[in-house]
Design a protein around this ligand. Structure first.
Ligand code: GL9
Length: 839
């Protein structure tokens, strides 16, 4: 007799199947079907969210074949897979993006319209997965988009936070934080895979023993175990069959968690343990550029990294007899140091669990990981106290000590009798409270180390990681950040996209350098007029949104001068505020002054525990209250604080900008990526020589960029020469007046205490050199105001900014990572005839 075959699933999918068909009638039927059978609603009962869900499932069905075929293909032994480990993925809403990448936007629009509904309204229903704080998390989202679009086999690994970045409300001019309940109405884009859940240990102690065969073995006896359940989301590339997986881990209590406590009647104790396990993935820490040495944060990091590495090993062992060549199948990128615990974790898995010799395991580990550094700010460099570390991860602490012992032995050979070198390179900081330096761990455990803009990489080599650079110069390289043109141009700025494609075809969407072809039209009056029209439409749309969301009426013909990003002293939103006050004072002195009308738009969240940043928001809203309501201003200046800046709310912002504020103190912003989105959408930049501004200016040309401020060496020099902001304040009447007004309560109903902490920090320390850069900034802004009056010249500069921003595509960045770090190649995904026929 034949062997039993088991259940063979060959889905028989026909072209106009309700789950794959793309005919308008089929789409309408599928949509109605999902509303009825998935949402359980009749049209008469359905909420906008029900309609959104029904549509989301209709779209998801249409990418499932691509997703499963991609996953299947990557299991092949000869495919190398990139694993992007990131504690944050700031994805933004999926629906619109998937429609564009699938190439079915227009059909769906027609089907939804014919169903009597409005596609825009349904798209607006989606709660964005705000699983990140800002640039770092958004970069990860752009990179997984590019990986899929370039047909690179890749898995994004991260954390499925139940509460993402908080929602921001502005009350009485202050930020108020509201929890982000993004999963409240369900998430149609994810599929849970509990059957491949993994176990993660925490705490306890370590036993060392010799086994029967005489081998030294280690046994970690944890005091807690947590289940990691993967939730998978498809990440579809642009007009390709590749749909990669974003695998986010949720912590759950293991099934057996409660038995012991339950049996002795401690029901509440048992439930308590369950709650504490599930806490691990409860909430995203809302800090940017500031570490919080909290135990739960370390547990989050270890949890998702352990889950991810165990998952890779599981996948690898499906096809291979042992782990000897693990590093030839997986290239694992550490997005900052947050996942750098992966280095000792892979060692533990190989040595303790798979009984590999230390030397071989180290060889594999150091050929698996590569590390991206994202910041130069000292307060953002992660360190864990040895005491806390040992309590949460006792075995990893031992492994780190062993890595360090071997590493320092090597250093001693390289630098004999040099204790200072040993101390500065050691994985353990012995000064003050003993701690583990995560950046050092990442450097020692990785075969490649990169910064995110040319200047940033140079500063890493020169300062922050200088000793590692001296040791291993060949490990270091630069990979300038990029952003995906699909979301940041095609989706958010359809008017501009259509204009561009009419002129130069649509290959620019995947080959952004082709935007150069627009240069030849930069002087063409007809093209300029069309360009201006597109910008004007975008400004009208933002004007409308500003009115709806803040009640402020702004003039869409004024210059839109925009600063959107996390609120931080080094980003200097308060320097921008000083400029507003300076212009305001000019108008008060001379109400008939011929001043270029401007709308100042701010957006961004402050870390809830960062008092000074919250005070900066209050300063901006307070200045706005005065300026917006002073009749002498005659509406020539308006100040808007757009609440709850996130991926969704940014959609209307970049396309509407005339001027992009990138005004960080030189040497502080690693790269910036908002600067790229603005320039791509035809805004001009006013900026310092910091981060990627340097390269933007290089690309678009100095004559199309408004540069001001001290350079990095000048900042250093001034500080060394005893820079004193008090002297600058006394010597500069415009600055003094602006500061004195804030100080005497002009913007705070007479309250002289309100802004005192902010003013004191400027007058007595000015760590970020606001006063040093003030006059140059004002002068530069005057040039901006004059330039804007010459419409045609400005439009030309705007066109050239877009035309020359091709370098800042995340496709270019990912190609560089693929070729220079990961050594991976595209693997096109085959689809059966019928699905291809539809595409
Ligand atoms: C950041 C840098 O500050 C940015 O300059 C950089 O563009 C991005 C991406 O490389 O990374 N590092 C960092 O910690 N954040 C960044 O934006 N902060 C947040 O993500 C909030």
């Amino acid at each position: 007799n034949e062997e039993p075959q088991g259940f063979v699933c060959v889905p028989e999918i026909r072209v106009e199947d309700d789950r794959t068909g793309l005919d308008i009638e089929t789409l309408k039927r599928a949509f109605a079907d999902n509303l009825f059978y998935i949402q359980g609603k009749l049209g008469s009962m359905a909420t906008p969210n029900d309609y959104y869900m029904a549509l989301a499932y209709t779209v998801r069905d249409r990418l499932l074949q691509r997703w499963l075929n991609s996953a299947q293909t990557y299991l092949r032994g000869d495919v190398k897979v990139v694993c992007y480990l990131s504690a944050e993925f700031l994805l933004g809403p999926h629906l619109g993006n998937n429609l564009i990448n699938l190439g079915i936007y227009d059909r769906i629009e027609q089907a939804i319209t014919e169903s009597g509904l409005d596609l825009q309204e349904l798209i607006a229903q989606e709660e964005e997965p705000g699983l990140g704080n800002g640039g770092l998390g958004r970069l990860a989202a752009c990179y997984i988009d590019s990986l899929a679009s370039l047909e690179i086999p890749a898995i994004g690994y991260g954390i499925r936070y139940e509460f993402g970045i908080f929602d921001q409300e502005i009350q009485d001019g202050w930020q108020v934080e509201i929890t982000d309940k993004w999963l409240r109405y369900g998430n149609p884009w994810e599929i849970a895979r509990p059957e491949i859940a993994v176990e993660v240990k925490l705490g306890g102690y370590v036993d060392h023993y010799v086994d029967d065969a005489g081998n030294y073995r280690t046994h970690w006896i944890p005091d807690r175990e947590v289940h990691g359940v993967p939730y998978d989301t498809p990440i579809l590339g642009y007009r390709v069959n590749t749909a990669n997986t974003l695998r986010l881990w949720k912590a759950e209590a293991p099934e057996s968690f409660d038995f012991q406590a339950f049996n002795v009647g401690d029901y509440y104790g048992a439930v308590d343990a369950k709650i504490s396990s599930e806490n691990i993935t409860k909430v995203l820490y809302p800090n940017d550029e500031q570490v919080q040495g909290k135990r739960l944060r370390l547990e989050q990091q270890y949890f998702f990294v352990s889950c991810s590495l165990q998952d890779m090993i599981r996948l690898y062992l499906l096809e291979n007899p042992n782990l000897d060549n693990f590093h030839e199948t997986f290239a694992v990128q550490l997005n900052d140091t947050h996942p750098s615990i992966g280095v000792p974790e892979l060692m533990r898995l190989l040595v303790d669990e798979h009984h590999m010799a230390w030397e071989q395991a180290w060889q594999i580990t150091t050929h698996t990981f590569a590390y991206t550094n994202h910041t130069l700010l000292p307060e953002a460099l992660e360190k864990w106290s040895v005491q806390l570390f040992g309590r949460v991860l006792p075995r990893h602490l031992e492994i780190i000590y062993e890595i360090n012992r071997r590493f320092l032995d090597m250093v001693r050979i390289r630098y004999p009798d040099n204790d200072a070198k040993l101390a500065s390179l050691s994985l353990i900081d012995e000064l003050g409270k003993k701690s583990v330096r995560m950046a050092h761990l990442a450097c020692v455990g990785s075969y490649a180390i990169n910064g995110v803009a040319q200047l940033h990489t140079e500063l890493l080599k020169k300062d922050v990681l200088h000793d590692f650079y001296a040791l291993w110069p060949e490990k270091f390289s630069n990979k300038t950040n990029g952003v995906t043109p699909r979301r940041w141009v095609v989706q958010n700025n359809p008017g501009l996209s259509k204009l561009i494609s009419r002129k130069i075809g649509d290959r620019w969407i995947t080959h952004l350098d082709e935007l150069r072809k627009l240069e030849q039209f930069a002087d063409d009056p007809q093209f300029q007029a069309q360009w201006q029209q597109v910008k004007q439409n975008c400004k009208h749309q933002l004007t409308k949104q500003i009115k709806e969301r803040t009640g402020v009426v702004v003039d869409p013909t004024s210059m839109f001068d925009i600063q959107v990003k996390r609120i931080h002293e080094y980003k200097r939103q308060h320097l921008n505020a000083l400029h507003i006050i300076t212009l305001y004072n000019r108008l008060k002195e001379n109400p008939d002054l011929d001043l270029q009308p401007r709308t100042f738009i701010f957006g961004g969240k402050a870390a809830p525990g960062y008092f000074m940043a919250k005070l900066m928001i209050k300063l901006i809203t307070s200045v706005g209250e005065v300026v917006n309501n002073d009749p002498d201003v005659r509406d020539r200046l308006k100040v808007v604080f757009l609440p709850d800046y996130n991926v969704t709310n940014s959609q209307r912002v970049y396309p509407a900008a005339d001027l992009s504020e990138q005004i960080s103190t030189a040497g502080k912003e690693a790269s910036g990526t908002g600067n790229m989105k603005f320039s791509l959408n035809g805004a001009l930049t006013i900026g310092t020589l910091d981060g990627a501004n340097v390269e933007i200016r290089e690309e678009v040309g100095a004559e199309n960029f408004f540069l001001f401020g001290l350079t990095t060496p000048e900042v250093k020099e001034q500080k060394a020469n005893g820079y004193n902001s008090w002297d600058v304040y006394n010597a500069n009447p415009g600055l003094k007046k602006a500061i004195d007004m804030i100080s005497c309560g002009f913007f705070s109903h007479g309250d002289q205490q309100l802004f005192k902490p902010l003013l004191d920090s400027l007058l007595y320390d000015d760590k970020y050199m606001l006063f040093a850069d003030y006059q140059d900034y004002i002068d530069c802004q005057d040039r901006v105001g004059d330039a804007f009056k010459h419409k045609d010249a400005w439009t030309k500069m705007s066109i050239l900014n877009t035309a020359r921003s091709g370098k800042f595509s995340s496709d270019r960045a990912i190609r560089e990572y693929c070729q220079e770090i990961w050594q991976v190649e595209p693997v096109p995904i085959e689809l059966q005839e019928y699905v291809q026929a539809n595409a």
